[in-house]
Ligand binder design. Structure first.
Ligand SMILES: Cc1ncc(COP(=O)(O)O)c(C=O)c1O
Length: 366
C-alpha cells in the first residue's frame, strides 16, 4: 500500500503508475540518471542478430569481454572482474572484506550502507558541506582518517551531489588510507559523464595501490539498466581470487556478454552522448542559475542537485507538480544531510529538458 509521503526511486515507474494513474510509458524519468539517447542503433541491430547466444553458457572467464573492457578503460584484463551490474560487485566486495567500520561521505548512494549493515558492519558519515557546494575538503577528510577504520567508500562523481574528486586528490586520500590500513572502494558509475574523465577516473591508480577497488557499470552511460552488466577494476590479485571463491558462476548472461563487446567499441555513440550531456547540462545550469528561487551545485555527472529557496515550495510539492505533467524528478529529502528543500534531476533530451524548465518555472520563477 503506497502512502502519500512515499518517495520514489528512479526505477519505481510501476509504483508511480499505480499511485498517480499515469501510464509508465508517458513518464519522462529525470530521476533514473540514464542516458536519454537510449541504446544505439548499432547495438540494437547487432544484439538482435545474436539472440541465439542464450542457448549457450557464457564464457566462465569472460575473457573476450574483459579484454574489451580493459581496452575501453586503458588497463589490463587481469584487473577486470565482471558482474551482474555494479550492484552485485558492491555486494561481493562487502561480503568478502566484511568491514566492521566504514566511512562514507554523506549524502551519497544509500546501497553502500545497506550492504555494510547486512554483513554486520557499521557506517560512519563524513558530511559534505553545503557551504562548500558539497565539494569534498580533501585535507580535512585525510585528517579524519584513522587506524580503526576498515574501509572508505567514495562515489565519484557522487550521487546525488554531482561533485567529483580529482585524481591528484584521490592519490592523497589513497596514500593516507594506505598509511592507516584502510581499504578504498570507489564507485565510478557516473564517471564517463564528467567533462575530463581522464582527470577524474582512478582506474590508472589501480596499478599503484592494492587497497583500491573501482566499480563501473553500463546502466547509466550506455542506457542499459535492464542488461545488468557491471565490472570492477582492481590491481589486487589476491582479492580477486577471494571474490572469485564467493562469486556464483555466469552471473553476467550471454546477451550482456555480447552487448558489452559491442557497446564499449561504439565510439560514435560515446561521442554523441558526451556532446549531448555537456551541451544540455550547461544550458540547464545557466538557465536555472539565473533564477533567484533556487540554488544549484556545480554538476560533474549527468544530473544536478538543486535546492529550492522558496520556503512555501517543498521537494514533495515540486515532485507532485512535475509528476502530474508526466515529469519524474527525485525528491532528495530521504538522503542523509539533505532535507525537504532538495531535488535532483538528470539531463534528458533538449525538448524534454524544456518541459522540465517550464514546469519548474510555473512554481519557482519569480
Ligand atoms: C552511484 C550508483 N552506483 C550504482 C548504481 C547501480 O548500478 P547498476 O545498475 O550497475 O547495478 C546506481 C544506481 O542508481 C548508482 O546511482
Amino acid at each position: 500500500m503506497l502512502r502519500h509521503k512515499d518517495h520514489f526511486h528512479g526505477s519505481d515507474l510501476e509504483k508511480i503508475e499505480q499511485y498517480y494513474g499515469i501510464p509508465k510509458e508517458k513518464i519522462i524519468s529525470f530521476s533514473a540518471n540514464v542516458n536519454p539517447l537510449g541504446i544505439s542503433q548499432r547495438l540494437k541491430e547487432e544484439l538482435s542478430g545474436h539472440v541465439d547466444v542464450i542457448t549457450q553458457y557464457p564464457d566462465r572467464e569472460y575473457t573476450r569481454l574483459r579484454t574489451c573492457i580493459a581496452s575501453y578503460c586503458s588497463t589490463r584484463k587481469e584487473h577486470i572482474l565482471v558482474g551482474n551490474g555494479a550492484t552485485e560487485l558492491i555486494s561481493l566486495l562487502i561480503q568478502t572484506k566484511r568491514p566492521r567500520k566504514v566511512l562514507i561521505l554523506g549524502p551519497t548512494y544509500s546501497e553502500y550502507e545497506r550492504y555494510v549493515s547486512l554483513e554486520g558492519g557499521n557506517c560512519l558519515y563524513y558530511p559534505l558541506k553545503e557551504t562548500e557546494q558539497f565539494e569534498l575538503n580533501v585535507e580535512d577528510l585525510c585528517r579524519k582518517l584513522y587506524e580503526g577504520l576498515d574501509m572508505l567508500i567514495l562515489c565519484n562523481p557522487n550521487n546525488p551531489t554531482s561533485s567529483a574528486i580529482s585524481r591528484p586528490d584521490m592519490r592523497k586520500i589513497l596514500d593516507t588510507c594506505l598509511l592507516h590500513g584502510i581499504f578504498v572502494m570507489i564507485d565510478e558509475t557516473y564517471v564517463e559523464f564528467t567533462h575530463e574523465e581522464e582527470k577524474v577516473s582512478s582506474v590508472p591508480l589501480t596499478h599503484d595501490y592494492n587497497n583500491l577497488f573501482i566499480l563501473r557499470g553500463t546502466s547509466k552511460f550506455f542506457a542499459s539498466p535492464g542488461l545488468r552488466l557491471g565490472y570492477a577494476v582492481t590491481g589486487n590479485q589476491e582479492l580477486l581470487l577471494e571474490i572469485h571463491g564467493k562469486k556464483d558462476p555466469w552471473t553476467t548472461n550471454s546477451l550482456a556478454e555480447v552487448a558489452g563487446k559491442i557497446m564499449f567499441q561504439d565510439k560514435d555513440y560515446i561521442r554523441q552522448t558526451r556532446e549531448l550531456i555537456f551541451r544540455e547540462r550547461e544550458r540547464m545550469w545557466k538557465e536555472l542559475s539565473s533564477w533567484q528561487t533556487v540554488k544549484l551545485y556545480p554538476p560533474k555527472a549527468n544530473f544536478i542537485l538543486m535546492k529550492i529557496l522558496k520556503p512555501e515550495i517543498t521537494a514533495q510539492l515540486l515532485f507532485e507538480h512535475c509528476i502530474k505533467q508526466g515529469l519524474m524528478i527525485r525528491n532528495c529529502s530521504t538522503f542523509p544531510f539533505l532535507d525537504e528543500s532538495y531535488i535532483r534531476f538528470c539531463i534528458m533530451l533538449p525538448e524534454q529538458n524544456d518541459l522540465l524548465l517550464a514546469a519548474f518555472a510555473q512554481l519557482l520563477k519569480d
